[in-house]
Unconditional design. Structure first.
Length: 537
């Protein structure tokens, strides 16, 4: 009867401590450490060139900004790169890693140690060992078997919010990796467009060089005919060959740059260097340089905070570091833990049998609280708090710097876009004039009115102006791409899509039990602040 009373009292104590633990954990105890507030940022009210009629302050839709070029080949290249680019896949796997790390942080909120133990030992105790057992005929205590099977657990209660801060930090880190993935898309789409524009520009320059070679060959024949006819000197022929050779020499250099540009495009597309006829399309030998629209909607600088993923990433990194302060600071306070174990024991001593293990009288259990307080840490924890606070302040400065860089990138793109248009307008006029000048010089040379130096000068001037005009057209398109890169457009194409391709998921599922982590993940609006959830088994 007495043992029954003891058992009842012990079970009551277990229930009492469980209730206390639940109340302490779920209570509204203020979390140690600072609560994160979105950092301030220095933003202008408008762009420097906002009065230019080619810019509009209205907010545009930058989800598929490359479609403004109305180039089906560019559209196709963007889609192929989004599906196949390896750097983007690597960024997607970082999200999966962060999601698993979040599961680790959530699991720490619950009993941190749970274990099932079992053992069987054969014991031989010396005669001098304290024991109530009788010695055998040799004078030693008789050896015996000893077995135990049970469960145990240990739970450090989250009184000060250390584990909830860890969940907050892991949440912020996961969202930071998603923002990094979005940044990778912004960079990828802009790089594909820039590389494609450079490719088309080089093709245009090659076309110009080859056309000029044909024109210069024609003038060389004229100079040779006049020389053999006695109406001009050999100097005209040699000068014509000199100019022709210089133009011909530019073709291999342009071919080399074009080949390297195609290799760069292949890398962005996630494929080995090789034939790009399929992604670039077949048909005419060279396509035109993508032409941008006349007017661009840029919105206002404040829109960058919402749209640019790298700004969001910097904010989440700051929130993660803010939570780290609370995690470390909680170590300055006492940690309360609950631990216990329950098991069945048996032995062959004193006439017992191992088969009696599961008799209720052979139970063994213990349960109780424990307190640990790092009171003599020689200032180490305090300095860890200080170090993390310095890191947090650094992330705030990094956030502000990211905002400034974002504005700078947009301004750089806008000025490049606008001034390239101005240059192209003048170059279009000078190119037309250079073409007319060459036609007149060639005609006058044939008729003997002008010398051949005039023709050579006109040839060189035309090649230079045409080459510069092609570069200006490419600069206009590249400048607009830089504007869209600065505005943070393009990452929205991943909405409704998977971060990881299905073949990679299948391979990972065969190798490791990923549970539900490989399933589509809804992207949260923002990090949780001390929110507790069930572990992701």
């Amino acid at each position: 009867m007495a043992s029954l009373a003891i058992s009842i009292r012990q079970r009551s104590r277990v229930r009492f401590f469980l209730v206390v633990a639940a109340c302490l954990t779920a209570s509204g105890c203020e979390l140690i450490g600072p609560d994160f507030q979105k950092p301030d940022s220095d933003l202008e009210t408008g762009w420097l060139d906002r009065k230019d009629p080619r810019l509009s302050s209205r907010a545009g839709d930058y989800r598929a900004w490359w479609k403004t070029f109305d180039d089906p080949v560019l559209d196709r290249l963007i889609q192929v790169a989004y599906r196949q680019n390896l750097s983007l896949r690597e960024a997607g796997l970082r999200i999966l890693e962060a999601r698993a790390q979040l599961g680790i942080a959530v699991g720490d909120f619950y009993p941190q140690k749970q274990h099932l133990t079992g053992f069987t030992d054969y014991l031989h105790l010396p005669a001098g060992a304290p024991s109530e057992r009788l010695p055998d005929q040799t004078g030693n205590l008789a050896p015996f078997w000893w077995s135990r099977l049970g469960v145990g657990a240990s739970w450090e209660l989250d009184i000060w919010g250390k584990f909830r801060r860890a969940i907050e930090a892991a949440d912020a880190q996961m969202l930071a990796t998603i923002a990094a993935y979005d940044t990778a898309i912004v960079t990828l789409t802009a790089d594909v467009a820039t590389t494609y524009i450079r490719l088309r520009t080089l093709e245009k320059k090659l076309d110009i060089a080859r056309n000029n070679v044909q024109a210069q060959l024609s003038n060389l024949r004229i100079a040779e005919a006049k020389f053999y006819g006695g109406s001009s000197s050999r100097r005209d022929v040699e000068q014509a060959r000199t100019v022709l050779g210089g133009t011909q020499a530019s073709i291999p250099a342009l071919d080399s740059l074009l080949r390297q540009t195609k290799n760069a495009l292949s890398l962005l597309l996630g494929q080995p260097p090789g034939d790009l006829e399929k992604p670039l399309g077949s048909g005419q030998r060279y396509a035109q340089i993508p032409a941008p629209p006349v007017q661009v909607a840029t919105g206002i600088p404040l829109d960058l905070l919402r749209r640019r993923p790298d700004i969001r990433e910097a904010e989440y990194q700051a929130q993660m570091q803010s939570a780290q302060i609370g995690i470390v600071k909680a170590q300055l306070y006492p940690a309360l833990s609950l631990s216990g174990s329950f098991s069945f024991v048996s032995s062959t001593a004193n006439g017992m049998s191992l088969g009696d293990m599961f008799q209720w009288g052979n139970q063994f259990y213990r349960f109780g609280p424990a307190v640990q307080w790092n009171i003599f840490n020689y200032g180490q924890i305090t300095n860890q708090v200080r170090a993390n606070d310095a890191l947090f302040q650094a992330t705030l400065v990094s956030y502000q710097n990211t905002v400034l860089k974002a504005q700078k990138e947009v301004e750089d793109g806008l000025i490049a876009f606008l001034k390239a248009q101005d240059s192209a307008e003048y170059l279009a006029q000078s190119t037309a004039a250079a073409k007319r000048s060459l036609e007149l010089a060639t005609l006058q040379y044939r008729e003997g009115i002008a010398d051949f130096t005039t023709v050579l000068t006109a040839e060189q001037s035309l090649l230079s102006q045409q080459d510069n005009f092609a570069s200006a057209l490419g600069d206009i398109a590249t400048g607009l791409v830089s504007v869209y890169r600065g505005l943070g457009g393009g990452w929205q194409i991943r909405e409704g899509q998977e971060f990881i391709p299905e073949p990679i998921k299948i391979a990972m599922a065969k190798r490791t039990d990923w549970g539900d982590l490989l399933s589509p993940m809804p992207v949260p609006e923002g990090p949780a602040k001390g929110t507790v959830r069930m572990p992701d088994w």
